[in-house]
Design a protein around this ligand. Sequence first.
Ligand code: PBG
Length: 330
Amino acid sequence: MSDIQRPVVRPRRLRTTPAMRDLVAETELAARQLVLPMFVREGAGEPVPISSMPGVVQHSRDSLRKAAAEAAEAGLRGVMLFGVPERKDASGSGATDPDGILNLAIADVVAEVGDALVVMGDLCLDEFTDHGHCGVLDAAGRVDNDATLERYAEMARVQAAAGAGLVGPSGMMDGQVAVVRAALDGAGHEDVGILAYSAKYASAFYGPFREAVDSSLQGDRRTYQQDARNAREGVREALLDIEEGADIVMVKPALAYLDVLRRVADAAGEVGVPVAAYNISGEYAMVEAAAANGWIDREPAILETLTAIRRAGADMILTYWATEAAAFLR
Ligand code: PBG
């Protein structure tokens, strides 16, 4: 060798073989940490593909049950359900109709899988309103926080009665977790938990979701969802939700907010509250589109994405790849 100084410390020693790399790996990714979000469409007919989310469909009630059984079989422990109603109106009445599609779907999945999966319901009005907002509007057309809370309270009671194990308030109304907790307790559903969408940002990456739920949103959600420039505020929202009784707090989206996820995980960890992250529709679509073009290698890209979200502090991840990723991890 020439006169270079030969290194004494060699981190590469711990990368020499797969066994060595496994031995020192810091982050575990397991099927039990993955939650599958699913869409279910009202009315008869076959499942409808969502073009901006290749591989994801609006389920029929039958295909939903089948997909839930497959999710349980694959080792997942939870599913999150979204309803796509046939008719929408100003107050989102389908959301609180016990025979509305989301509530029927919750009961269907519980009947199918029993307690093999934690069945979660998205608790928000945007899938059900004709204006597409997450709440009801006041006379001036603004989203009315406190009138919306009354709708969420009713939605929580109906989802719990249908058998939901966790409800997921995702509308970013102030005080929503406290109101949902009180509504559940008041109806004897003390054991139904709250997965709070706590730090939820106004994001361009929700694009494909709008197709997934046939959203008719005009304008945007910036008066209630958070501004991408704010990280401290995400921690504040999570701490408020914990005070209000959230059992699990969530950060959403995941990839463009891994710093927020880390900070929320640290803060929630201090008080022992588990943290979830939502790997959302646009994040899914980006990987699928690039992979379909042959620009990236799909399976490693999926696993790297999910590993990064775990590494940033998520105890669990909502991801449209959940069932498939569980198979990769076998
Ligand atoms: C609100 C809700 C949204 C998503 C989950 N719950 C849409 C929004 O807030 O605009 C987005 C999920 C995704 O993009 O994958 N009901």
